[in-house]
Design a protein around this ligand. Structure first.
Ligand code: CA
Length: 228
């Protein structure tokens, strides 16, 4: 594994922007099942790898992408609302995703070091966002979350991360992004931000390097070496 592109230590770091699914929560398995079931309702097969490759898109962008590829047309607004509601419903039937081991402790150390914590997610599922603020009480504030509701263009477009820079007031050079998905990495890098990728999913590391990651690591504790 290569680590050398990002120097160790906080340096001029003032904020860390965390992606949520697959970074804070071990939730991608549930999302994959929920998307599969929602599309299967329409008779469309949306395989696991597709879910991971498209992770980070907004719900509506995921649905449009799948419609274009599998049905050769655009989804209507009603279809998007229906499928996303179904997906959220299937997701909520599954056991609550848990945070990755060590994430809370890591965030506490980040906070203690005076570094701001923001969350930039393609999700718009209220239940998840409320759960996030409860699970990470004192660490994550609702007004420091940029969700699908705050942007017109989801990842891989830079808008989510540009929006977070604007809202937080930090310059790109003062921020580090932690992502897990290729489109999330593309989005952050297009916003000019250094990006560490935790590869918690099923994709090969090479896909994440190709997306522009400055480092690719395996798990939360591997992040420590950048934050000592
Ligand atoms: Ca993610």
């Amino acid at each position: 594994m290569q680590y050398e592109k990002i120097p160790n230590g906080f340096g001029n770091l003032k904020a860390i922007f965390f992606d949520m699914d697959g970074v804070i929560y071990d939730s991608m398995g549930n999302h994959a099942i929920a998307w599969n079931k929602a599309f299967a309702d329409l008779g469309v097969d949306f395989p696991l790898e597709q879910v991971y490759l498209n992770e980070g898109r907004t719900g509506s962008s995921t649905i449009q992408m799948c419609f274009a590829e599998k049905l050769g047309r655009r989804a209507t607004e009603a279809e998007i609302l229906h499928i996303y509601a179904k997906k959220s419903e299937f997701f909520e039937e599954l056991p609550n995703p848990v945070a990755y081991d060590g994430m809370k402790e890591l965030m506490q150390r980040i906070k203690d070091a005076g570094i701001a914590i923001w969350v930039v997610t393609g999700s718009a599922q209220e239940q998840l966002l409320d759960g996030l603020c409860n699970d990470f009480a004192g660490l994550i504030e609702k007004d420091r979350i940029v969700s699908a509701k705050d942007v017109r263009h989801g990842k891989p477009h830079p808008e989510p991360y540009l929006n977070a820079l604007k809202k937080s007031g930090f310059a790109a050079a003062e921020v580090l992004v932690v992502e897990n998905a290729p489109l999330g990495v593309e989005s952050a890098k297009a916003a000019g931000i250094r990006t560490i990728c935790i590869n918690t999913g099923i994709l090969a590391d090479q896909i994440l390097w190709s997306a522009g990651a400055d480092a690719v690591v395996k798990e939360v504790k591997d992040l420590e070496k950048y934050l000592k």
